[in-house]
Design a protein around this ligand. Structure first.
Ligand SMILES: Cc1ncc(COP(=O)(O)O)c(C=O)c1O
Length: 396
């Protein structure tokens, strides 16, 4: 189909919930995508931090093909080997925990919040539902993960939302201390806010959050849906600091493009769930689990966590050098290969469009910030090329 034909169908039959760019892609390989006209693009967004091992990695393709041809779905009323092996693998990566598989990041967070509520209510002997989250955070689009999301403009059209959330400024220990009460079952934080514009929680803030949770019997949940599995130059972003959460959520990169999310909790916390407490028809199906096992193999064997650290440092250094002195550039910040260019004006959408015209894919994560989250397999030459295009698009 041509681009015009695809767009016509989409506009006639798909709900218009997305502000789409005017491109349809048909093929991908590594950090490269091709559109309907065969034009080649450098993908520095990676399906929004999903395609860490690159598009169509042969190991993932083969794992999906083999599993789909063997067993696709049986429901969670039965055991399957890919699910059991993936649960063990995630446990081994973290060194602790039991896993529940969902289909997305939002669902992984739903699971984490239900678990926290059940665990804390049992521990205290009275209903305990409060969740404290950070302003600027993003946790999903279901009603409760939307309510958890600290971006009020996203709430407007959907009030009333679940009201058990309190939002505090990121990196304000005093505000956090005041917000966590006897009615709080969890503090939910992204170690680096992704959709908030690549904003890091400080080591001190995370340390204080850990201490407050320990003292008050609340769970510390890290939403690593975007930052997990090497994106920030560690397997998990919390590993940049000397603290660990009680519960961690993952999705995005885990399935290499197939839908899967995971909520992993300390064993004693996980024990709060009993059969019937939580479930999903598709979560942890054989095909996404087989894909995820292949993704983890590739990350390990190709040293992509270390590569993310090295290439992320290179990307930030090159961006700072190329964009220095530009009137439109306020700051370049990043952790591993999760990077943002903060502009002095609310013009990130213009910059993204100018990049796309030059066949570089990035996104306007906030009105003033351009986000880069390329596949972790990205090369130095691709980084050099992307920086050149971005500098031209920004006009420096
Ligand atoms: C930190 C974080 N949590 C949760 C989500 C929601 O994930 P999903 O879109 O898979 O539901 C996202 C998506 O961008 C995210 O970045």
């Amino acid at each position: 189909m041509t681009f015009d034909e695809i767009r016509r169908l989409d506009q006639a039959y798909h709900m218009s919930t997305y502000g789409r760019q005017q491109v349809a892609f048909v093929r991908g390989d590594g950090a490269i995508l091709w559109d309907t006209d065969g034009k080649e693009y450098l993908d520095f967004l990676g399906g929004i931090a999903v395609m860490s091992v690159g598009h169509s990695h042969p190991r993932v393709v083969e794992a999906v093909r083999a599993q789909a041809g063997t067993l696709t779905h049986v429901s969670n009323l039965f055991y399957t080997e890919p699910q059991a092996r993936l649960a063990q693998r995630l446990h081994d990566l973290l060194g602790w925990g039991k896993v529940f598989f969902a289909n997305s990041g939002a669902e992984a967070n739903e699971c984490a919040m239900k678990l926290a509520r059940k665990w804390a209510t049992a521990a205290r002997g009275e209903p305990c539902a409060g969740v404290v989250a950070a302003m600027g955070s993003f946790h999903g689009r279901t009603l409760s993960t939307l309510a958890a999301t600290g971006q009020p403009h996203k709430h407007e059209a959907f009030r009333p939302l679940p009201d058990w959330f309190t939002h505090v400024p990121l990196n304000d220990e005093v505000a956090l201390d005041a917000a966590v009460t006897d009615a709080t079952c969890a503090v939910l934080l992204e170690p680096v806010q992704g959709e908030g514009g690549v904003r890091e929680a400080s080591a001190e803030y995370l340390r204080v959050a850990r201490k407050i949770c320990d003292e008050r019997g609340a769970l510390l949940i890290f939403d690593e849906v975007q930052t997990g599995l090497g994106r920030t130059g560690r397997w998990f972003a919390f590993q940049h600091h000397d603290i660990a959460p009680d519960v961690i959520t993952l999705a995005k990169a885990l399935g290499g493009g197939l839908p899967i999310g995971a909520c992993i909790a300390r064993d004693d916390v996980a024990a709060a769930f009993e059969p019937g407490d939580h479930a999903t028809t598709f979560g942890g199906g054989p095909v996404p689990c087989a894909a995820a096992l292949a993704v983890l193999d590739v990350i390990e064997e190709e040293g992509l966590v270390e590569r993310s650290r090295a290439m992320g440092a290179y990307l930030v250094e090159r961006l700072r050098a190329a964009l220095a002195g530009g009137a439109l550039v306020a700051e370049v910040r990043g952790v591993g290969l999760l990077v943002a260019v903060e502009l002095t004006e609310q013009r990130s959408a213009d910059v993204v469009r100018a990049c796309l015209e030059r066949r570089l894919i990035v996104n306007n994560v906030t009105p003033s910030a351009v986000r880069l989250a390329p596949p972790l397999v990205v090369s130095r030459e691709q980084i050099d090329h992307a920086v050149e295009i971005l500098a031209e698009a920004i006009g420096t």
